[in-house]
Each structure stands twice: as C-alpha cells, then as structure tokens.
Ligand binder design. Sequence first.
Ligand code: CO
Length: 154
Amino acid sequence: MAIRNIRKIGDDVLRKNCRNVDVIDDRIKTLVADMFETVEKHDGAGLAAPQIGVLKRIAVINLDGFKQEIINPEIILKSGEVSDVEGCLSVPGKWGMVTRPEKVVVSYQNLNGETFEVTAEGMLCKCLCHEIDHLDGVLYVDKVTEYIDPEDLK
Ligand code: CO
C-alpha cells in the first residue's frame, strides 16, 4: 500500500469525467487500499479517485459506521434540501456552506463486485454527494453559497 499525492484545485484532472469500472482486478484493489490509506492519513471523510489523478468512478468513504469503497456509485433517489459546511482535501484550508439533498439513496459496487444500496442522511449523505460530484469533475466550490471563517468552526 502507499499514500498517494492529493491533487489540488487548479489541476485539470479534478475537472474531468471519470470512467465506469468494468473489471475489478488487482490494480483496482491496490488503488482502493491506497485511497483508504491516503484518506486516513489526512483524516478526511472521503476521497475520490480523481483526487489522486485516477479517472475512474471510485471513491472511499471514511466515516465511523460507513468505511466503504463505492465503485460506480449512482444517486438513484434524492429528497429534501439542507445546507451544511464542507471542506475538501483538494481545497486545503477552506470551508464553505453547500446546499445538498437531505436524503439520498445511492447504489454502488464493493470490491467483490456486489451491488448495494445505501440510504443516507446527515454526514453520510453530504459525503456521498460530495464524492460522487468529484467523479463528474465537480468541486464543492462550484456550489458554495458562503465561505466560513475557520475560527467560526471551533
Ligand atoms: Co472533495
């Protein structure tokens, strides 16, 4: 396993559309292991493959209760609206308010190629929406309504 370099805002790779994963081989397994190691090292809630320069539809979620790779994730249902503060490992030192669905149902595959659906609210919902946006070249800064002074978060 290895910690990968995180691409920062301004890098074109963050603005590309990612490709679906058709075959989950050893390279994908290594990639996912590296993504977990990298997100844990930075104490992030999630990380998407383009953030380490790989244009594949893969993200990892690193939350208590949902530590999970999501391969080919899709939001299949969303409802409500809620605004909450977000940050991103690719946009260091900044936080801002973003309006997202209050609740989503997301389908995804795990490393065994099994398909699951997760119903999410709160932090997990926010995180899933944020990471799936990365796979379409969208950053939270595209949706931010107001930046937050880090001092106000303490
Ligand atoms: Co991000």
